[in-house]
Design a protein around this ligand. Structure first.
Ligand SMILES: Nc1nc2c(ncn2[C@@H]2O[C@H](COP(=O)(O)OP(=O)(O)OP(=O)(O)O)[C@@H](O)[C@H]2O)c(=O)[nH]1
Ligand SMILES: [Mg+2]
Length: 637
């Protein structure tokens, strides 16, 4: 088991064909990175090769790339995740086309540091070597490699190797290293099977860590897989961490279902996309790009076709940088901050690249006038501002899940940013679990809408005490999340602007307003039941006698039932509250004087009512637990 404290650095070779990249990796590590039969036969590198070196506590993982122009797409898969570049330039040939192309790619992929090796120094005299060095210095001026060490070496004589190792160590010590604490992501660059183990994938672990037993999600398929074993740097480990070359043995899948371009990641966090908003840079050497041009797209180890959509202009000039949308032909999994490369269709050359700003971009529309400002905010990258801007653009609000899918931020980071926005009243946390955020403006709108709906309801329904929660909710439509509705309603209730009585919501202090006619009808109805005692008239009969519209009479009856002046015992039978209270009294007197059992005839005799009323009333009393049925009799409780 390797110590986690030791530094892990991925070194990618870069440079023109035959300049001695693979030979140099072998001279440094003892491992020749070319693996394929065809590579050995043709003496060129075709696909990625790997080798390891541990030097003064630094674990170097070398990714050796092919220099041949036909295999740049393989080179791109290897360049993803590189911490520092070993730019290999043959002292006998100096800078050649793929020196430039690989260098451009490294710069566009955001590689920040490296070392230049002037190889085959045994083949040139001191004058030539000096000249090549000048050319190289001139070429690198103003670039990220401006101050990089330039080391003459020979793989043949071993001259310069100790100096090169020292230079690599010095540069490695300045490299920040990848973040082990973030979500696990492994872009796959190889998939194969090992007898007795099954499917194995390899890649540069660009963030997080992975251990046997972990569940991981395979993108773009979304399949969940179990990690059976992990190796890094060619050794079995208990955990592989960001910055290491990593091999993962997977259970539950055939190796034929796995391939370069797929990604293993922490499960249930991310989504695939086909539409991304980016900051795009077109190389000076590129032709100008028209709106809707199709290009090859490379990110991580994956490759697809993209259509370019520009926002602020109709075409993109060579050397220009600006916002664009890429519509991808296949599902890919990328996060904000990921780098990408674009290549021309034909001839296939690298023409530009950039950084993903919004991996789940919206379809471009004329109405979406805020997009450029939004992308500017994303580009500046201030977490609070980014979150505020995302919330601002989400009318329905945004959930934890969506934020993670767009940004790759950790839960603690999202919660901290959300709290800050909520504390400064820029956003409303409408639900803490799952975290759901809405802009303060949108939240206010929902509150106002609720208040307005309730006003309207009171106006249209003066005889009803309020609107049911459910009706209120559905009157807002689907453009309001359940969580938002709940939070807005709770706030209005807490502010005492509204009142809730069970499921009924009303304006605070709202009372049913009856006109004199209705008030008289109410009295009449109540009196009809009050005077009837237990031998009540039918509801229909009572309502037909009052002098208001049938619809209103029915509502007045509802009011009496709601405030419990009347009690509905069966759909047809309604009794006055007082009559029922008297009945209970009589039963308790009966219990004291005659015992706790009473028969149906006994009950009829006690109350003086017919069977028509007696049976429903007894059943009602059973339900109310005043009595309990025991055979033909009732026990008074
Ligand atoms: N004399 C001399 N020959 C070298 C040196 N390094 C590499 N070579 C030779 O140059 C040829 C190409 O070397 P490679 O290491 O395969 O070059 P490469 O850059 O990996 O080539 P690709 O991967 O195909 O781009 C081989 O024949 C090597 O033996 C060196 O330092 N001195
Ligand atoms: Mg090679």
């Amino acid at each position: 088991m390797t110590s986690i404290s030791s530094q892990n650095v991925i070194v990618g070779t870069a440079g023109h064909i035959d300049h001695g990249k693979s030979s140099l990796v072998e001279a440094l590590t003892g491992t020749h990175p070319d693996r394929l039969e065809e590579e050995k036969r043709r003496g060129i590198t075709i696909d990625l090769g790997f080798a390891f070196l541990e030097e003064a506590g630094v674990r170097f993982g070398f990714v050796d790339v092919p220099g041949h122009e036909r295999f740049v797409s393989n080179m791109l898969a290897g360049a993803a995740g590189v911490d520092l570049v070993l730019l290999v330039i043959g002292a006998d040939e100096s800078i050649k086309p793929q020196t430039r192309e690989h260098f451009d790619i490294c710069r566009l992929l955001g590689v920040k540091r490296g070392v230049v090796a002037l190889t085959k120094s045994d083949l040139v005299d001191a004058d030539t070597a000096g000249l090549v060095r000048l050319e190289v210095e001139e070429y690198l001026r103003g670039s990220f490699l401006e101050d990089a060490p330039i080391v003459p070496v020979s793989a043949k004589t071993q001259a310069g190797l100790p100096e090169l190792k020292r230079a690599l160590l010095a540069v490695a010590q300045q490299a920040p290293g990848k973040d082990v604490a973030r979500y696990f992501r492994l872009p796959i660059d190889r998939a194969f099977a090992i007898k007795g183990f099954g499917a194995v994938v390899t890649g540069t672990l660009i963030s997080g860590s992975v251990a046997p037993g972990d569940e991981v999600e395979l993108f773009p398929t979304g399949k969940r897989l179990r990690v059976r074993g992990v190796q890094s740097g060619g050794q079995t480990v208990e955990r592989a961490i960001a910055g290491q070359r990593t091999a993962v043995n997977l259970a539950g899948i055939e190796h034929t279902a796995l391939r370069r371009g797929m990604v293993l990641a922490t499960p249930a966090k991310f989504r695939v996309t086909r539409r991304i908003d980016v900051q795009l840079e077109l190389l000076r050497s590129a032709p100008k790009m028209k709106q809707r041009s199709r290009v090859h797209f490379h990110s991580g180890t994956c490759e697809t076709v993209a259509e370019l959509v520009f926002y602020a202009q109709k075409e993109f000039a060579p050397g220009q940088t600006g916002f664009a949308q890429l519509r991808l032909q296949d599902d890919v999994m990328v996060l904000a901050g990921d780098r990408f490369i674009i290549r021309q269709f034909s001839p296939v050359t690298t023409i530009g690249g950039g950084v993903v700003l919004d991996p789940l971009a919206r379809r471009p529309t004329v109405r979406d006038t805020g997009r450029v400002a939004f992308l500017e905010t994303l580009e500046r990258g201030d977490r609070g501002e980014v979150l505020a801007a995302m919330i601002e653009r989400a009318v329905l609000g945004i959930t934890f899940q969506e934020i993670v899918g767009r940004t790759g931020w950790l839960e603690s980071e999202i919660r901290a940013a959300a709290k800050k926005l909520a504390d400064t009243a820029r956003a409303k946390i409408v639900s803490a679990e799952p975290l759901t955020l809405l802009s303060a403006r949108n939240f206010d709108e929902v509150r106002q809408k609720i208040a307005a709906r309730i006003e309207k309801f009171h106006k249209e329904n003066p005889l009803l005490p309020g609107i049911s929660r459910e009706d209120l909710r559905s009157s807002l439509g689907r453009r309001v999340r359940e969580e938002t509705f709940r939070a807005a309603l709770d706030e209005l209730l807490a502010q005492k602007k509204l009142e809730a009585h069970g499921e009924i919501i009303k304006r605070a202090g709202a009372a049913i307003s009856l006109d004199p006619e209705e008030a008289r009808a109410k009295e009449q109805i109540e009196k009809a039941f009050a005077t009837a005692g237990l031998a009540v008239p039918s509801v229909k009969e009572v309502l037909s006698k009052v002098r208001v519209e049938a619809k209103h009479a029915e509502k007045i009856l509802q009011i009496l039932l709601r405030d419990k002046s009347l009690v509905r015992v069966t759909p047809e039978l309604i009794f006055h509250r007082d009559a029922l209270a008297q009945l209970r009294d009589r039963l308790s007197v009966f219990k004291k004087t005659k015992g706790e059992r009473i028969s149906v005839p006994g009950f009829k005799e006690l109350t003086g009512i017919t069977r028509k009323y007696a049976i429903p009333l007894l059943e009602y009393l059973d339900r109310e637990r005043v009595t309990r049925r025991a055979g033909d009799e009732r026990v008074i409780l």
